[in-house]
Design a binder for this molecule. Structure first.
Ligand code: IPD
Ligand code: CA
Length: 262
């Protein structure tokens, strides 16, 4: 695809951070056997990836604002644009040597996501989208699935861990959804869950209690791949409330009814 200068900058930043993360990921595999584990090492890898991305993006666009998982938010001279970045989505997978994690970069303009990149360096899969220009995986156009029957559909979610308050609601969601579909996956990277819906691999995804940097790029991927995106609660903004549901056009309404308990 012929992307904009901004999209090309985002792709460059994602690849550069990806190279650094892949190098660190190999090291993590060796550290599993040490008694201390790779925890501190992974925090450093994560911070270094955000530093690389920030240097590239703000180096190229010094007036834009910033929101990153590791370094937080900062207003730019241009109040209408900001980068939203998760340098390493799927940190727990990375920590355990599981090759399923991603770099997620979005550009927001006047409150709307206009470009998004989700890069999976372990599989060298680059998912990109720009508003109005479609969604792409490694230069191939992607579309959401065309599945029409819930019983054949697969959905992804994140199950809250470490005592998070959204666990009971998620368990109730699962109790309603699992009997009527072909399966639910919990692979540990919200950014990739969304990218996989865009690519037609999953038929839908929902999650409660996630952050803007987990979902900003992936939400645009789904929209540009022809899918539907909304908050779990009617009228909310998913980016603000941190509860999102997406799906293909055929199944979205029915899927959302189940998750909303209607
Ligand atoms: C997490 C992953 C996970 C989701 C969590 C996120 P992190 O992000 O996206 O799939 O269930 O809600 O916090 O911590 O790996 O960047
Ligand atoms: Ca994340």
């Amino acid at each position: 695809m012929q992307g904009s200068a901004n999209l090309n900058l985002m792709i460059k930043a994602a690849r550069k951070a990806g190279r650094s993360l892949v190098k660190d990921f190999r090291e993590v595999e060796n550290l599993q056997v040490s008694s201390k584990g790779p925890g501190d090492f992974v925090s450093k890898a994560d911070r270094e990836a955000e530093r690389i991305i920030k240097e590239e993006l703000l180096g190229g666009r010094p007036t834009y604002g910033w929101l990153g998982e590791e370094t937080g938010g900062a207003d730019g001279e241009d109040p209408t644009r900001r980068w939203i970045v998760d340098p390493l989505d799927g940190t727990t997978n990375f920590l355990h040597g599981l090759p399923h994690w991603a770099v997620s970069i979005a550009l927001q303009h006047k409150g709307e996501i206009v470009a998004g990149v989700v890069y999976d360096p372990a599989k060298d899969e680059m998912f990109v989208a720009e508003k109005g220009a479609g969604a792409w995986l490694n230069d191939m156009r992607i579309r959401v699935s065309g599945r029409r029957h819930m019983i054949e559909a697969i959905f992804a979610t994140g199950v809250p861990f470490g005592g998070r308050g959204t666990l009971p609601a998620t368990l109730q969601d699962l109790a309603r959804l699992m009997p009527v579909c072909a399966g639910v996956r919990r692979w540990g990277s919200a950014a990739l869950d969304l990218a996989y819906v865009a690519a037609g691999r999953y038929d839908g995804y929902w999650e409660r209690g996630i952050n803007a940097w987990d979902m900003a790029a992936g939400m645009l991927l789904v929209r540009e791949a022809g899918g539907f995106v909304s908050a779990i609660r009617e009228g909310d903004d998913p980016l603000e409330k941190g509860a999102v549901i997406v799906g293909n056009g055929e199944l979205f309404e029915g899927f959302r009814k189940i998750i909303r308990g209607e």
